[in-house]
Design a protein around this ligand. Structure first.
Ligand code: SF4
Length: 342
């Protein structure tokens, strides 16, 4: 049987598709990925067709097609594929409550990244995890997904610090096998205390140690925890996801980003879909998420400069368009040609 896996928008290895691939190991499994695309304002049917051009012929001939759609704005691509028979679509962009069948879900690929807990006991308004996964529970440990050879693993848990005993066990495993770790989704800064700091001190990290600063009401607690961590031998380059535009103004978001930089931390702007096409946020994101603009310019200076740059680029683009129109005209109707004389 020919099985097709379609990955619409993963930016990291897609765990669900890997599970399905292992489940169908007795079949011929093919994997295709929609070419990388930025989010369009509207998906026109031409746009959809051009994105799926190389993929639909495979879908047509596969015995079964599994599609992963992580982001809601890419749903039209999944809808187009769903018109073909024997297509199964999943992922939070399609249905946040969709789950893999149990016999597929229980497969744990040894790809050095995975979950040791699922769910979360908090209830942040903007987050789908509590609805999709429920309350926090332990589901495994490092040995389930570590291949035994890699020097680093990525833990995808949403809030591992809510299970302190389990966190301690995982830390022991990491130390025992001398593994570097990346807590990809970030640790909950509110759960950091002296006990957690002592554990973090013993770990080696792959990349930065990540947290989130999503709510402007958290200045006090974030500052307190940064100071606490500075007392221990924890890497100084703390990284913070900063959710912007959910229920905050641009000024509030800008202030949070600047404040983190002033504390020696690395902010990483996560744009909520409310403000996705707001050009101010595009400039803020560029400054926050890249190192060089921060080193060369203050935030206000950058916002002003990049706005001016964008305007210049826009007018250059317009004049190029005008030139292009003229060139086309002369090509179609060359001056002095018989066609023009008629
Ligand atoms: S703490 Fe994190 S995972 Fe839990 S609900 Fe809030 S954002 Fe979601």
């Amino acid at each position: 049987m020919r099985i097709l896996l379609v990955d619409i928008d993963s930016r990291i290895p897609n765990l669900a598709l890997r599970k399905i691939q292992i489940y169908h190991k007795a079949d011929t499994v093919e994997y295709v990925r929609v070419p990388f695309h930025t989010r369009p304002r509207n998906w026109s049917s031409n746009n959809i067709k051009s994105k799926l051009k190389g993929i639909l012929p495979y879908v047509e001939t596969a015995a079964r097609t599994y599609v992963s759609c992580l982001f809601k704005h890419n749903r039209p691509l999944a809808e187009e594929i769903s018109k073909y028979k024997n297509t199964i679509i999943g992922g939070p962009g399609w249905d946040i409550l969709a789950k893999l069948p149990e016999d597929i879900d229980k497969i744990v690929p040894r790809i050095n990244m995975g979950y040791t807990t699922r769910g979360c006991n908090r209830n942040c308004e903007f987050c789908i995890i509590p609805r999709a996964e429920g309350r926090l529970r332990v589901v495994g440990d490092i040995k389930d997904f570590w291949d035994g050879k890699a020097k680093a693993v990525s833990i995808m848990d949403n809030n591992i610090l809510q299970a302190p005993d389990h966190f301690w066990k995982i830390a022991q495993q990491l130390c025992k096998h001398n593994l570097r770790v990346d807590f990809m989704q970030g640790l909950d800064i509110r759960c950091v205390d002296r006990g957690v700091c002592k554990i973090l001190e013993t770990l080696k990290f792959e990349g930065s140690l990540k947290f989130a600063f999503d709510n402007p009401n958290m200045y006090g607690i974030v500052e307190e925890k940064i100071l606490l961590m500075r007392e221990y031998k924890i890497p100084r380059d703390l990284f913070f996801y900063v959710l912007c535009g959910f229920n905050t103004t641009f000024e509030e978001d800008k202030k949070r980003v600047e404040w983190l930089v002033s504390k020696g931390c690395d902010p990483y702007v996560m744009k909520h879909e409310n403000i996705h096409f707001d050009s101010r946020y595009r400039r803020l994101t560029f400054w926050a998420n890249k190192v060089w603009p921060q080193k060369m310019y203050g935030l206000d200076e950058w916002l002003k400069k990049s706005d001016k740059g964008a305007n210049n680029a826009r007018s250059a683009k317009d004049s190029k368009k005008r030139k292009c129109v003229l060139r086309c005209d002369t090509k179609t109707f060359p001056l002095g040609s018989k066609y023009m004389q008629r």
